[in-house]
Design a binder for this molecule. Structure first.
Ligand code: G4P
Length: 545
């Protein structure tokens, strides 16, 4: 190895070690946005909290890119935020909380190395928490739990631990413990350092970082600050946790059997810094990824990355389209040439960008774990591999989700057909919708499939705001789509199928035949009456999650 290579591998290793790439997952309203904002506040990336998602009067979230998000107050797209703290380089991938945006969320979770699950202390584990947890567990993403809103009355910490075990099937190991009584917590006890951190009263409604003092358990100042009952209760809790609780076990955390648990309140900055520091200490650096050529290790000096998200028109002033890549191995350099597996072409990566939400900056280099936005002239697809020309491979396929809601869409004004087609194609490439063409029908209307109904609102809204097209949308009664094949590649046509008219025979974008039917019963009929037919819930060459 030459001296130059030696230096690179040392730097590469250092950069990998200090990277933490994660997503924050939660049920809507548990406090994900507030916690993200507070992490940025502690990281010095913003100076007054409230600039990410301000209180209702000035609600213009930095992490909300799209108008629709502002209007609905939900986060539609996943944003990427990067900042430094305590020597670590942190990449937070924001995941939309709304259940209808599950596909985007799932894809985002393909690009992280760990996840923070935020729970509302009063509500515990909620519906969306369960779904997201399941995906993390399937993907073996280590999960850290932040119990939020401890400034208010909520469930007892012990009960929340039970709930995690009973509802999610994961045991927890508290890393800190609230001091005081429900709704009036005074601070947290850090089980690692064995210090109690007492917080000064919050005078700024969480806009600034919170001052605190740390005390040993037997410090007279602590005894003086807490009443006897609170102090004794804390000692009892600590003994109970030490004797009966799960101990920290990296292996169990890595395979989703155990979650380190933190208590705090994002809004009042209670326990946030403690959480951030412990999290950075414990969370894993960039992980290996499976590929057609075995596991790709981040330390491999040959660059590789995959596309996990495509987003158009993020900036209304520029009609640009960005492909977000997650770097898996090696060093990324501006203007480098890489092999694009999907097109089998060598391409140059010009003008790469990194993000603090709406603020983008051109970057010269990036490392494993980093997320980079590339200008996309229309060549990238979700799941695409980019790698060194001298070492060609493909990362394992991204999961595809079967669509369950369908609508016929067309432009109200036929003069706008061109813009309509462009907009619909664009959103299809972003993976927000799936596009079908009805057999025998003209191209003036499409059948659009989604995993949830909210995507139709997004489609309508974005076609209007970005392409000036008013959409006519007629919901279809179908709930099941099946890709159709016959053995030995015999073509499937509407005529070759008995009962094709019991549903709708359509073609996907790659001209593969698909049958849409109302329900499983109808599907059963088709199966019974076409014994040779093979039915696939997703395109036959893609795997299902
Ligand atoms: P989300 O991204 O998970 O959907 O949640 P978000 O941070 O938007 O928080 C949802 C609501 O919960 C917000 O109130 C927020 O201020 C509040 N919240 C977040 N963390 C805490 C906390 O630690 N304690 C308390 N008491 N509340 C918290 P909102 O009324 O919906 O909006 P806003 O007017 O405060 O913006």
């Amino acid at each position: 190895m030459s001296k130059g290579e030696n230096i690179l591998s040392e730097q590469l290793q250092q950069e990998i070690n200090r990277r933490r790439t994660f997503a924050i997952i939660s049920h809507p309203d548990a406090g994900k946005t507030t916690l993200t904002e507070k992490l940025l506040l502690y990281g010095g990336a913003i100076h007054l909290a409230g600039s990410i998602k301000s209180r209702k009067t000035q609600r213009h979230a930095v992490s909300d890119w799209m108008e629709i998000e502002k209007q609905r107050g939900i986060s539609v797209t996943s944003s990427v935020l990067q900042f430094d703290y305590g020597g670590c380089r942190i990449n937070i991938l924001d995941t939309p909380g709304h259940q209808d945006f599950s596909e985007d969320t799932y894809r985002t979770l393909m690009a992280v190395d760990s996840a923070v699950m935020v729970l509302d202390a009063a509500k515990g584990v909620e519906a969306q928490t369960k779904k997201l947890f399941k995906v993390c567990k399937e993907r073996r993403i280590p999960i850290f739990t932040f119990v939020n809103k401890l400034d208010r009355f909520g469930k007892a910490p012990i009960d929340l631990m039970d709930e995690l075990e009973n509802v999610l099937g994961i045991r927890s190991c508290p890393m800190n413990w609230p001091v005081g009584s429900d709704g009036r917590y005074r601070g947290v006890y850090d089980r690692q350092t064995k210090l109690v951190e007492l917080f000064a009263a919050d005078e700024t409604h969480g806009q600034e970082t919170r001052t605190s003092e740390k005390y040993a358990l037997d410090a007279p100042e602590l005894r003086a600050a807490l009443d006897e009952e609170t102090y004794q209760a804390l000692l009892d809790d600590i003994t109970l946790l030490d004797e009966a609780g799960e101990s920290f076990d990296e292996e169990k955390i890595a395979c989703g059997e155990l979650t380190p648990m933190f208590f705090g309140s994002a809004m009042t900055n209670f326990g946030v810094q403690n959480f951030l520091e412990e999290y950075l200490r414990l969370a894993p650096p960039p992980a290996v990824r499976a590929s057609s050529d075995g596991d790709i290790r981040p330390e491999d000096e040959r660059f590789s990355a995959f596309v996990f998200k495509i987003q158009a028109n993020m900036n209304p002033a520029h009609r640009d389209r960005l492909a977000f890549i997650r770097i898996v191995s090696g060093r990324f350099e501006r203007n480098m040439s890489v092999w694009h597996a999907a097109s089998d072409k060598v391409i140059k990566l010009a003008q790469p960008q990194q993000f603090l939400a709406q603020d983008r900056q051109i970057i010269d280099e990036a490392w494993p774990g980093d997320i980079v936005g590339l200008f996309d002239p229309g060549i990238f697809g979700i799941g695409d591999t980019l790698c060194d020309e001298a070492h060609k491979f493909r990362f394992a396929d991204f999961p595809v989700f079967p669509p369950e809601k369908f609508a016929r869409v067309q432009a109200k004004d036929t003069m706008k057909r061109k813009q309509f087609v462009k907009g619909v194609e664009q959103l299809t490439q972003e993976g927000a919708i799936q596009l079908f063409r009805q057999a025998g029908a003209g191209v003036e209307s499409y059948i659009v499939g989604t995993v949830g109904t909210l995507q139709f609102d997004v489609l309508t809204y974005r076609l209007k705001s970005e392409y000036g097209v008013d959409l006519e949308l007629v919901m279809q009664p179908f709930e099941v789509a099946r890709w159709l094949t016959f053995p030995e590649g015999r073509p499937v046509t509407p005529e070759s199928l008995r009962g094709a008219d019991r549903g709708m025979f359509v073609y996907d974008r790659e001209d593969r035949p698909v049958l849409l039917v109302n329900n499983e019963w109808a599907l059963g009929w088709i199966k019974d009456n076409n014994p040779a037919l093979e039915l696939h819930p997703v395109p036959p060459d893609r795997r299902e999650i």
